[in-house]
Design a protein around this ligand. Structure first.
Ligand code: ADP
Length: 376
């Protein structure tokens, strides 16, 4: 096959093999491919990339280069030149407004009234990250703390369902959004601000702007803890968060299986690369307790604990698969989780260990880190 048959659509097809690990979607689906030109053996590809993801540019260039060349080789086509260029996205969303001046503390900390910020992350979706974030927020509030929950999972916000906010509308005071006050906590979610069907395609500076707006233009008031439910994987939102907020530490949620551990390791490394202290690992869906009380190790109980040990990280506890936990999440009634004594006790133990790790990190001065700056 000659280069003539390795045409624009063949190049586009080859780009479908380049997948963003954060969303598990390819660069074509994500709308990052802005231009493909093929002319007499010369190929030019223009990709859209946020300046905030500039550190990923060379890695992406290599991956794209390899994918296109491999596809050309399979098609027996010869590539004379392959040019891969990057452009910054055109900003059209209202989410890029500057942070309201009134929200900036004198130190440059946009949330001076929040004592401790804890991020909850996971290597991939579906491991129970939002469940842990919601129950951590509600659990800390039950212990008497003033707690906020920021659902920053712009790719799949869960707070509207898990907190039962479906029928509650957003309220604003001037430029500031008023958080929802329910189950003893204050909450804000991207799910209330955007059409959830559109959230999936939010990339680059839109994700950056959305996070910034949610975090700093919500009237949190005085908080002991702000829990941030991050999107799964390693992406723009974690980077923006680490650049913008003095995060006390991150909790990584993992299920016991080997495949989940590999993803969780990547999430741990991402936080470490961003200079965010990893407070420890939570093993969710650790085992299943049947109604007769018998325990079943469905996914290989203890896997996440071993992973934590091998990475030298604290293990924060195991939460079993509990039908009531899923039911209470679906019905938006997290406080019901404490009606079951065993489950309430494991959630309380988790909250206490996380609090203890935050204190330890503070005592060791590990949360006093310099602000990381990555130039575009
Ligand atoms: P993630 O935020 O990682 O995508 P979620 O917290 O949304 O995951 O959880 C995915 C699904 O699994 C939800 O339906 C949730 O109710 C359920 N779930 C999470 N953890 C448990 C658990 N320990 N027991 C039972 N169901 C759970």
């Amino acid at each position: 096959m000659s280069i003539e048959t390795f045409d624009k659509s063949a190049v586009e097809k080859s780009l479908r093999a380049v997948v963003d690990p954060a969303t598990n979607k390819d660069v074509v689906t994500l709308g990052m491919v802005k231009h493909i030109a093929v002319f007499e053996g010369a190929i030019r590809i223009v990709l859209e990339l946020s300046p905030h993801a500039a550190s990923l540019q060379e890695q992406l260039r290599t991956t794209v280069d390899r994918a296109v060349r491999e596809a050309a080789t399979i098609a027996c086509a010869t590539i004379e030149t392959l040019e891969i260029d990057f452009v910054a996205p055109k900003i059209s969303a209202p989410t890029t407004e500057p942070v309201a001046a009134s929200t900036q503390g004198e130190s440059g900390n946009p949330l001076p009234n929040v004592k401790k910020i804890i991020a909850v992350g996971a290597g991939k979706g579906g491991v129970g990250k939002s469940t842990i974030a919601v129950n951590l927020a509600v659990g800390l509030a039950r212990m008497g703390h003033k707690v906020g929950l920021l659902d920053a999972d712009i790719y799949g916000p869960s707070a509207p369902t898990m907190l039962g906010m479906d029928d509650v509308g957003t309220k604003a005071k001037g430029q500031m959004l008023l958080p929802f006050e329910l189950h003893g906590i204050k909450a804000m979610t991207i799910g209330k601000l955007v059409d959830p069907d559109k959230a999936l395609v939010w990339r680059g500076p839109m994700a950056h702007g959305a996070f910034k707006q949610l975090a700093t233009q919500t009237e949190w008031g005085e908080l002991d803890y702000l829990i941030i439910d991050l999107p799964p994987g390693t992406g723009d939102v974690a980077l923006t968060m680490s650049q913008m907020l003095p995060v006390a530490g991150a909790v990584v949620v993992c299920t016991p299986q080997r495949v989940a551990q590999d993803d969780a390791r990547r999430a741990v490394r991402m936080f470490q690369n961003l200079g965010v202290e990893v407070l420890g690992v939570v093993e969710n869906m650790s085992f299943f307790t049947a109604p007769d009380g018998k325990e079943y190790d469905l996914f290989g109980r203890g896997g996440a604990e071993i992973m934590a040990q091998t990475m030298g990280l604290p293990f924060l506890g195991s939460i079993p698969i509990h039908i009531a936990l899923r039911e209470n999440s679906d019905s938006g009634k997290p406080l019901e989780n404490w009606k079951n004594a065993t489950m309430g006790a494991s959630l309380d133990a988790l909250c206490q260990r996380i609090e203890a790790q935050v204190k330890l990190a503070e005592m060791a001065g590990r949360t006093d880190r310099p602000t990381l700056t990555i130039s575009p």
